[in-house]
Design a protein around this ligand. Structure first.
Ligand code: SF4
Length: 478
């Protein structure tokens, strides 16, 4: 489904490169391929070995990194970020990477995910004299690193990471070093690749493919990778806990050409479609998918059910952020900007409409109405995930629980609300089976469906500790 319609948004994507003379341009292309993970803002910071310089702004990659700005960027290494603004709100100051300067040198930070104890850490740090420049939870890490005093950077970073709870894929860069860290649950994807003698790291493998990098491996939960002129070195900053990759990366967020933790996203979606076909008994003439993620699911559903797949819905790819939105009266007259039904495909047919999730229900309702207006005789809605009943605290904007329609209505009430002839959600077991992760327990986060969160969830006011003293995690090198 279209992120901008659904109200379900990924917050970020990160990209980094070390050891390449064309680091700025490679980062540009890498971020461009991660644009689906955040369209509100983007930025990159480069190092030439002596100085950190950066460009960032609110807008798409193609809008912020103009050829004029790109000409002014040089360096052999860079970290970049695309952002969807939720945690901490929007605004230029919250666009990453963050760049901090001090007498001991510069520090740049880019983060994908969300820290569940950020508010508590921030309260403590402010009480001890820190002044925050942004409202983003990410800045907390910079302060924690800085307060490590004169210890070497690696020790300070490891100590700081040990205090964080939640989901994080961090890229940290100084003039002479890059560090890459993934939270101990591995909630967000982060992959390592190689381009010539250079090292690349990205939220999704599609970014490695786009820049011509070769995939090496995924970053492990609780791993800290250090890249500098001596090479690449891996250590642990925390014991790996039960792996909890976000299920929605497969269902909805990641690009179909990415492999998330070794599983191709398109293939996982097709398998979700096959599971859905097994779990629903529908007599229909055609199966259609809501672009983009619903298409792979619909292909799988068609394969398993024997009902032919057809392109019954078309996405208008040229609707940008600045497109003039139709007024309410024009909308009522039927002006459709982002999605159109294909009348020749659906007219007079019993249609299975496959989508990835239902958040507020308004979009599904609109699409069902659209298909019926185009002449569909029946519309059967099949969703390739279970009902989303709980909010996400790990960097996905699933709104508040109050806005999650499945937390308030039964499946039958929801069917009635969206005007469908039938409504089927995939079961939790069916989703885990369809994604097919090679872990006995699934190794994935299911919290928005089950309410079982893989980490502690901190109430807004509860302090983490009195003194913020955390012993260094001594686990040795990998
Ligand atoms: S709660 Fe849902 S959206 Fe959030 S990380 Fe877990 S599976 Fe992903």
């Amino acid at each position: 489904m279209l992120a901008e319609l659904k109200g379900l948004n990924e917050e970020c994507g990160v990209f980094g490169i070390w050891g390449h003379q064309d680091a700025a341009n490679i980062t540009y292309y890498g971020l461009h391929s991660l644009q689906h993970r955040g369209q509100e803002g983007c930025g990159m910071v480069l190092t030439d070995g002596k100085n950190l310089t950066g460009v960032k702004g609110e807008g798409l990659v193609t809008e912020i990194f103009t050829s004029e700005k790109m000409q002014g960027l040089s360096g052999h290494a860079a970290i970049g970020h695309v952002r969807y603004a939720t945690a901490g709100g929007g605004g230029y100051e919250n666009v990453q990477p963050f760049l901090f300067n001090s007498q001991s040198g510069g520090l740049a930070l880019a983060h994908n995910g969300n820290l569940v104890n950020a508010a508590q850490l921030k309260d403590q740090l402010e009480a001890q004299g820190s002044i925050f420049q942004t409202t983003s939870d990410t800045e907390v890490l910079a302060h924690l690193i800085k307060r490590g005093g004169f210890a070497d950077l690696k020790t300070r970073v490891k100590n700081a990471l040990g205090m964080l709870k939640g989901a994080y894929a961090f890229l940290i860069m100084t003039e002479t070093e890059m560090m890459v860290a993934l939270d101990p649950h591995g909630l967000r994807p982060l992959s390592l690749g190689k381009i010539g003698d250079g090292v690349v790291v990205a939220s999704e493998t599609c970014a490695l493919d786009i820049v011509g990098a070769q995939f090496i491996r995924d970053i492990e939960p609780g791993e800290l990778v250090i890249i500098n002129e001596e090479g690449i070195h891996s250590e642990r900053f925390a014991h790996a806990t039960q792996r909890s990759m976000c299920s929605m990366e497969y269902v909805y967020f990641s690009r179909p050409d990415s492999n998330v933790d070794g599983i191709n996203v398109h293939t996982a979606r097709k398998n979700l479609g096959k599971q859905l076909a097994l779990e629903s008994v529908i007599h229909a003439d055609v199966v259609t998918g809501v672009p983009d993620s619903g298409v792979s699911v619909a292909i799988g559903y068609a394969e398993a059910s024997g009902i032919p797949y057809e392109m019954g819905l078309i996405k208008n790819r040229y609707v940008g952020r600045t497109f003039i939105q139709p007024s309410q009266s024009l909308r009522e007259q039927g002006v459709k900007m982002k999605l159109s039904p294909v009348r020749g495909v659906v007219e007079g047919k019993r249609v299975v409409m496959v989508d990835d999730s239902i958040v507020r229900g308004t979009t599904s309702k609109r699409i069902v109405a659209m298909l019926k207006e185009a002449g569909a005789k029946e519309v059967h809605v099949c969703i390739s995930s279970p009902p989303i009943k709980n909010p996400c605290f790990y960097g996905i904007d699933t709104s508040t629980q109050d806005e999650l329609i499945a937390s308030k209505l039964s499946v039958e009430e929801l069917r009635e609300l969206i005007g469908a002839d039938s409504l089927t959600f995939l079961s939790v077991e069916g989703m885990v089976k369809g994604i097919g992760r090679p872990y006995a327990d699934g190794g994935q986060c299911l919290a928005c469906f089950t309410g079982q969160y893989p980490t502690e969830i901190y109430p807004a006011t509860e302090p983490v500790s009195e003194n913020l003293t955390v012993e260094e995690v001594k686990l040795g090198a990998n």
